[in-house]
Structure formats: structure tokens, C-alpha cells
Write a protein that binds this ligand. Structure first.
Ligand code: S3P
Length: 172
């Protein structure tokens, strides 16, 4: 199979995948999709509601369906993902996997510094309890690094710099 030309952004909730994706689009003109947005459209309800009404395993199955579609049908696209999407089996067949990496402290600070902090937390079912979120981060951090083709340390960098670094490193 030909190597796909997609960029797949992975990383923990709140690390800035959406903001970085928008900046990559601005700099490169690439088309972008977001796996959470696709799932919300498929289901016609918010992630929070899907978790509450169907539970997490149902959501993870939707992520797998989206991954299959991306693998078969999508190319030349910037794909931002939900924080748990990295677990889909064919992740590395979808494109070049780029991890946005930062410490839990940096990520949490970034969320609470945001003017819409309460809303940002509320929409994330797995970020309701800070100790549980920290534990999830600790569990995932080595797994993110294991699947990533490229790791970008985002702490202290603005979106413009991060996007530029990603476009250079992926030769886009
Ligand atoms: C999740 C992250 C969320 C969303 C869902 C589950 C996770 O996306 O997919 O709430 O398992 O880390 P963000 O990373 O955009 O918050």
C-alpha cells in the first residue's frame, strides 16, 4: 500500500490539537477533519451525551469506524483526533502520526487559563476529576510516544511555531 500523505495529530485532552490544526490549515491550506467532529455528526449528538447515554466502549467503536474510513478514503488531509483515538489498530496506516507532547501540569494550566475553561472541562467526560485525568495521562504518555512517528514538545511555544515545526518535519 502507498504511504498516505495525511498528518494525524494525537495527544492528551487539552494539549491544543484543535488550535494547532487550525494554524496548520492557515499556513498550508491543507483540508482538515477532526475525529470527534466526525463522530458528533455521525451520531447527531455531542461526545458528552454519547458517553452518558451509551458509555465509553460504544464511543471507542465509533472511533474504530472512523479510523477505517480514514484509512480507506482520506488522503492529503490534516486529521486531528480525540485523546483516546491513538488506540485504533490501524493508526499508523492512516498517515504520519504527530504527538503534541506536554506535561500534565502544562496541559491543565492551559485549560484553566482559557476564558472558556468551564466549558472546555464540561465537554470532556474523562476530565471531570483531576486525579483521574492525571492517572490517565500517566498511563497514556508512554503509549502516545510509542505510536508517534514525530514528537513535538509544545510547552512554551505558540501555535504558529508548533504548526511550522510540524509542516517542516512532515515535509508538507
Ligand atoms: C477523549 C478525548 C476527547 C474525546 C473524548 C475522549 C479521551 O477529545 O475524544 O472525550 O479519551 O482522551 P479531546 O482530546 O479533543 O479532548
Amino acid at each position: 500500500m502507498l504511504m498516505k500523505n495525511n498528518i494525524v495529530l494525537i495527544g492528551f485532552m487539552g494539549v491544543g490539537k484543535g488550535s494547532v490544526a487550525r494554524e496548520i490549515v492557515r499556513q498550508s491550506g491543507m483540508v482538515a477533519v477532526d475525529t470527534d467532529d466526525i463522530i458528533e455528526s455521525m451520531e447527531n449528538r455531542r461526545i458528552k451525551k454519547i458517553f452518558a447515554e451509551e458509555g465509553e466502549p460504544y464511543f471507542r467503536d465509533l472511533e474504530k469506524r472512523v479510523a477505517q474510513w480514514l484509512q480507506v478514503s482520506v488522503n492529503d488531509t490534516l486529521i486531528s483526533t480525540g485523546g483516546g483515538f491513538y488506540k485504533v489498530p490501524q493508526l499508523n496506516d492512516i498517515g504520519t502520526v504527530v504527538l503534541l507532547d506536554a506535561s500534565f501540569k502544562t496541559i491543565y494550566q492551559r485549560i484553566i487559563d482559557h476564558p472558556n475553561a468551564a466549558k472546555k472541562l464540561k465537554k470532556r467526560p474523562l476530565f471531570q476529576d483531576i486525579d483521574k485525568a492525571q492517572a490517565l495521562y500517566n498511563e497514556r504518555e508512554p503509549q502516545y510516544k510509542a505510536v508517534a512517528d514525530i514528537v513535538i514538545d509544545v510547552s512554551g511555544k505558540d501555535y504558529e511555531t508548533i504548526a511550522k515545526e510540524i509542516l517542516e518535519k512532515t515535509a508538507h
